[in-house]
Design a binder for this molecule. Structure first.
Ligand SMILES: Nc1ncnc2c1ncn2[C@@H]1O[C@H](COP(=O)(O)OP(=O)(O)OP(=O)(O)O)[C@@H](O)[C@H]1O
Ligand SMILES: [Mg+2]
Length: 313
């Protein structure tokens, strides 16, 4: 009798499910083809696998001298770049520990993933994504090694720290001419979107530059959330990157690197030249990302509001 009821309920549920529109699919966590490419590199032995009990690592063969298990044993810890939970130069909270190592005189950043992220293999995905972005011709940091410690649920990704480069977040950006700086940056973001890559976390912490006022050049990092398309997607799919970058670039709280609306046209021109996207569409996203009031005005407004509430003014 009970079983009968159970069966009827299941039947009814199935009927209801068929009658209703399909539920929104939850987005896939990764671009699966990125893992596929990574496995192909392992098969071709361009990426070498190391395995022991409870431990697995991959290193790029070309970088064996600094990234093999043997080489990494000789690494010297030079300190933290960012500590999980601390405020970064951009005012955001760091989600990972990133340490600086020195191996054979080469500076390497080691980023640590824990627990859930480890289970989801995000560290391996980030390594594979960086390799794929490089294959597609983008200037990204060179990934040399990725390691997984199953018992501790910890994953590490190792990337080369390019000599003479700093993040945009920790730099005074106006040492370069805004025209040069914004045109080059627009060109780079355009190149990335043209190559079918959406970064998904394109803020000033994740862009390195050489601080050259005359010939600024950039290198991208932090590809853990990146998505890959087979070909250049429509602007709607990638506009989030432009919004995040401009918001971060013009954040008045930094007091640095603030660019005017007029100057941002250099970005739009270069970006659209590269991608062919419509300038009106890009300008709209930039307009919505641009702070609507200067910081001083915002502060003054907040002050009046508070005093008003306290009944002083
Ligand atoms: N290869 C590298 N070269 C130079 N600096 C690096 C490199 N890798 C990481 N860093 C520094 O470490 C910081 C944090 O690294 P990353 O952005 O990969 O992790 P994260 O910011 O903690 O991740 P999330 O943005 O998801 O919180 C970067 O903003 C940068 O300052
Ligand atoms: Mg980051």
């Amino acid at each position: 009798m009970r079983r009968n009821v159970g069966r009827k309920v299941r039947k009814l549920k199935a009927l209801v499910a068929r009658a209703l529109p399909p539920a929104k699919r939850t987005p896939k966590p990764f671009s699966p083809e990125v893992f596929k490419r990574f496995r192909a590199l392992v098969r071709k032995r361009e990426v070498i696998k190391e395995r022991k009990k409870g431990f697995e690592a991959f290193f790029v063969r070309w970088y064996a001298g600094v990234a093999s298990g043997e080489a990494i044993k000789k690494a010297k810890l030079a300190g933290f770049i960012v500590k999980k939970g601390q405020v970064t130069p951009d005012g955001t909270i760091a989600r990972h520990n990133v340490e600086k190592l020195s191996v054979e005189g080469v500076s390497i950043a080691r980023k640590c993933y824990e627990s859930k992220e480890f289970d989801a293999k995000i560290h391996v995905y980030e390594a594979a994504a960086l390799l794929e972005a490089k294959r597609r011709g983008l200037p990204v940091v060179d990934v040399v090694r990725v390691a997984s410690f199953r018992k501790q649920k910890k994953g590490y990704i190792y990337t080369i720290m390019p000599y003479g480069f700093s993040t945009l977040a920790e730099s005074q950006l106006r040492i370069a001419s805004p025209k040069e700086f914004l045109s080059e940056l627009g060109k780079l973001v355009g190149k990335m979107h043209k190559a079918g890559i959406k970064h998904n976390d394109l803020d000033l912490e994740n862009v390195l530059w050489n601080k050259d006022p005359k010939r600024p050049s950039f290198i991208l990092l932090d590809f853990e959330a990146a998505r890959f398309y087979k070909k250049q997607p429509p602007f709607e799919k990638v506009q989030g990157d432009v919004g995040t970058l401009i918001e971060s670039l013009c954040n008045p709280a930094r007091g640095l690197g603030v660019f005017s609306r007029e100057e941002l046209r250099y970005f739009v021109d270069a970006y659209c030249k590269e991608t062919g996207y419509a300038k009106e569409d890009v300008a709209k996203v930039i307009e919505s990302a641009f702070p609507s009031q200067p910081l001083e005005e915002l502060r003054e407004e907040m002050r009046k509001n508070l005093l008003g509430k306290a009944g002083v003014e």
